[in-house]
Design a binder for this molecule. Structure first.
Ligand code: HEC
Length: 239
């Protein structure tokens, strides 16, 4: 480009830059391109005749859900808990990662009441009516979907934890409860799944398992009609 033309343009930028950098404290300096500084959109609480609500802020349309949110179409109460027990099954394979996360969720949200091993002897004892022992037969016989429902929406004195614990973590906490009950372990789950297949597949799974444990478990799960975390006692939430 012709240097005779570029010099004045460069000079203009240098001067504009120097002037606009003059800002100090609440003095904004000279604004060279005000369109970049002044916001054209409405502020959140500003009234507006452009929207049906009469304000900039509009409620989302009915039925809107946040991105990544899992819909849980169940209400509180015994009937809905029973329905969840029938209709839901744990979609997560009991991989070492899921079990470790479930243990962490339990330690964070459940331990305080149900105790470290689920025996109903958490540090809350004495300040709150004693929480039940999760190792009791009654709880062992609850379906996974029902435990998920208890975690999400609470039950009698137990508060709902659904706003703190998202869907996948509720399933992982359920896996940890199963583990405390001695029903669910990563190795036992793999063995359960292998039983459902023929000998050849079983051998194949073992070979894969040695190489890549998670892939093997997941591959098995997609072949298996039952829930991966179904307890050995046969009380899993098979729909
Ligand atoms: C504030 C104390 C408290 C916390 C925290 C708590 N629970 Fe509970 N939980 C209870 C009480 C009390 C009950 C008994 C409710 C009833 O009377 O039906 C209960 C019941 C249950 C049941 C049903 C037992 C049955 O046989 O009916 C399960 C399963 C359960 N809790 C799991 C959990 C898990 C998992 C967590 C953590 C995500 C958790 N609870 C957090 C107090 C608590």
């Amino acid at each position: 480009m012709n240097p005779g033309r570029t010099t004045p343009i460069l000079a203009l930028f240098v001067v504009a830059g120097a002037l606009s950098c003059d800002a100090q404290g609440d003095r904004p300096g000279i604004i060279v391109l005000p369109g970049m500084v002044e916001s054209i959109p409405l502020d959140t609480w500003e009234p507006s005749d452009l929207t049906p609500s009469g304000g900039a802020l509009m409620a989302p349309p009915a039925g809107t859900i946040p991105a990544g949110h899992t819909v849980f179409p169940f209400g509180p109460g015994e009937d809905e808990a029973a329905r969840a027990g029938c209709e839901l099954s744990n979609p997560l394979a009991p991989t070492a990662e899921n079990l470790a996360r479930g243990e962490w969720i339990y330690a964070t949200y459940c331990h305080v009441c149900h105790g470290p091993a689920g025996e109903g002897d958490g540090p809350i004892i004495g300040k709150f009516p004693n929480p039940p022992n999760l190792l009791a037969n009654h709880t062992r016989e609850l379906e996974d979907g029902r435990i998920y429902h208890v975690i999400a929406l609470g039950q009698e004195l137990m508060p709902a934890c659904g706003t703190q614990i998202l869907s996948d973590d509720r399933w992982r906490a359920t896996q940890h409860v199963r583990q405390l009950q001695g029903i669910q372990t990563a190795a036992a789950a793999t063995a359960d799944l292998a039983v459902a297949t023929d000998v050849e597949l079983e051998e194949e799974a073992e070979v894969e398992l040695e190489a890549e444990p998670e892939t093997a478990v997941e591959a098995e799960v997609s072949d298996s009609p039952g829930p991966p975390a179904a307890p050995a006692a046969g009380t899993g939430g098979t729909p």
